[in-house]
Design a protein around this ligand. Structure first.
Ligand code: NAD
Length: 478
């Protein structure tokens, strides 16, 4: 339990820059509410320096041959795996998630670097037959340029990894601003890339006042591409800023994941695995299943299994091996859970499990199950991003789909059925970028991760993941 916390830095031009002369933000352990460290906040001149270096290093990295880029990314993946126990412990300290979940996340982050190392070798082009004799027409794909990337606090390894692995494989330089609340994990990834031989300045990490950093970086003509993971309002804001400079932006903005459980499904599996999925990361997971829509004939059984499994969850400090649900990452999330539950109950919802914060230190909130939630309740519209599950019955598939698609979100959706026909129809009708049939664990390195509607646009991972970091150029030659 006395795991030391790493020192925090900015990483600019290959130098690890401490807090000297800079403002700082306190990093708090959400399980104990004690200070872990202080993260330096970049000044305007730090950001300008990072921008100039990003431009210079882009010219180096884009000319680095694919084999060399691939070797560096692969070596970084190996170093991340070697260091995974340490990185995971840092993550648990600063973000709160159970150590096992943190270790799994670090391992999957390494997989992205390994997978995109191979992509670096496969950026090919086309020769297009010309309609005029003697003309050679080539289409080349080239790195788009320096990237500004913004990642949140909830997945401090895998979200930066998805962005960095693809951008670096493409030949882009990157300035990454991770969430200030869980900063050491991204720094550990940067250290692995640095130790793997990434040329100085190709990856830089800055922290700061988020709005100041994003407005400064996105406005700079040096930045040619923006990528953001976080909330819808901030996504909208950054999208407008990127539009000012006519810069493409990739957005991953959360969801309110529906699950449709049909009467013919394995209801036990849908409920028990549903609990594990809903309360993983203390519910602070954008692709989490939030609204469980259960066909009426299976409703009672599902409710009983779901509530029993929820009440059996062990809440505690993520460093303790028996912990299944850690604290929320910050007090904002805690206050939001209290508000959403109070609002739903006041409007007539039935509280079947949990519903309150734990007394004592730490941002702990009980895994909570709500039923009979009226449409007027905030939780039916807002992404809870915390440990609240909503259970509701439906009759026909059309009713279930209507509720599933009701919200402007469209990130993930799930369905449980043993009927192939139902599986095909429901997958066709769900408005979501990622769909799990008879399973919750759907994300994989080789698949495109991304949403529809207000959940954002653009995909990370899979062959699609590198495309946003490349531009097309044709050369027509006589
Ligand atoms: P927030 O929108 O203020 O912050 C989310 C992330 O965006 C943080 O890492 C923050 O540093 C960054 N950010 C905030 N303002 C920014 C700006 N102007 N420029 C650049 N980056 C900026 O929200 P929060 O209070 O941290 O979380 C609130 C809600 O955001 C959550 O309840 C959830 O709905 C959503 N969220 C979604 C994800 C996701 O994975 N899609 C992750 C974190 C938060």
């Amino acid at each position: 339990m006395n795991t030391p916390y790493d020192s925090l830095y900015l990483f600019i031009g290959g130098e690890w820059i401490g807090t000297e002369g800079r403002d700082t933000a306190v990093v708090v352990n959400p399980a104990t509410e004690t200070e872990l460290g202080r993260v330096p906040l970049a000044t305007a001149s730090d950001l300008d320096r990072a921008l100039n270096i990003a431009q210079a290093s882009f010219d180096v990295w884009r000319r680095t041959v694919p084999d060399q880029r691939a070797r560096i990314l692969k070596r970084a993946a190996d170093l991340i795996l070697e260091r995974a126990p340490h990185i995971a412990a840092q993550m648990t300290l600063e973000e709160g998630k159970p150590l096992g979940e943190a270790l799994d996340e670090v391992t999957r982050a390494a997989e992205y670097f390994e997978w995109f190392a191979e992509s670096a070798r496969r950026i090919d082009g086309r020769v297009v037959p010309a309609n005029r004799p003697g003309v050679l027409q080539l289409v080349k794909r080239q790195p788009i340029g320096p990237v500004a990337a913004f990642t949140p606090w909830n997945f401090p390894a895998i979200t930066p990894a998805r962005k960095l692995s693809a951008a670096l494989a493409a030949g882009c330089s990157v300035i990454l601003k991770p969430g200030e609340e869980s900063p050491s994990t991204a720094l550990a990834l940067a250290r692995a890339l640095d130790d793997a031989g990434l040329p100085k300045g190709v990856l830089q990490i800055v922290f700061g006042v988020p709005d100041q950093v994003s407005s400064h970086l996105i406005a700079s003509p040096i930045i040619r591409k923006v990528t953001f993971t976080g909330s819808v309002p901030i996504g909208r804001l950054l999208s407008a800023r990127a539009a000012e400079g006519v810069k493409p932006i990739t957005l991953e903005l959360g969801g309110h994941g529906p699950v449709l459980v049909f009467e013919d499904a394995d209801v036990e599996k849908a409920a028990v695995e549903g609990v594990a999925n809903r309360f993983r990361g203390t519910g602070q997971v954008c692709i989490s299943s939030t609204r469980f829509l259960i066909q009426r004939g299976a409703y009672q059984t599902f409710v009983e299994r779901f509530v029993t499994a929820t009440q059996a969850l062990r809440i505690g400090n993520g460093l303790q091996p028996e912990t299944q649900v850690g604290p929320l990452a910050n007090p904002r999330q805690l206050a939001k859970m209290e508000e959403l539950v109070a609002d739903a109950v006041a409007k007539g919802a039935t509280l079947l499990a949990g519903g309150k914060r734990l007394s004592g230190q730490g941002f702990f909130f009980e895994p909570t199950v709500l039923a009979d939630v009226p449409m007027t309740a905030r939780v039916m519209h807002e992404e809870p991003f915390g440990p609240i599950a909503i259970l509701m019955p439906f009759d026909e598939m059309a009713d279930g789909l209507q509720e599933a698609n009701r919200l402007p979100y469209g990130l993930s959706a799930y369905a449980f059925t043993t009927s192939a026909r139902t599986a095909i129809d429901v997958a066709d009708g769900l408005e979501a970028g990622m769909i799990g049939i008879n399973q919750y664990r759907i994300v994989a390195t080789e698949l495109p991760f991304g949403g529809l509607k207000e959940s954002g646009h653009g995909s990370e991972g899979g062959v699609e993941g590198i495309e946003h970091y490349l531009t097309h150029k044709f050369i027509s030659q006589v």
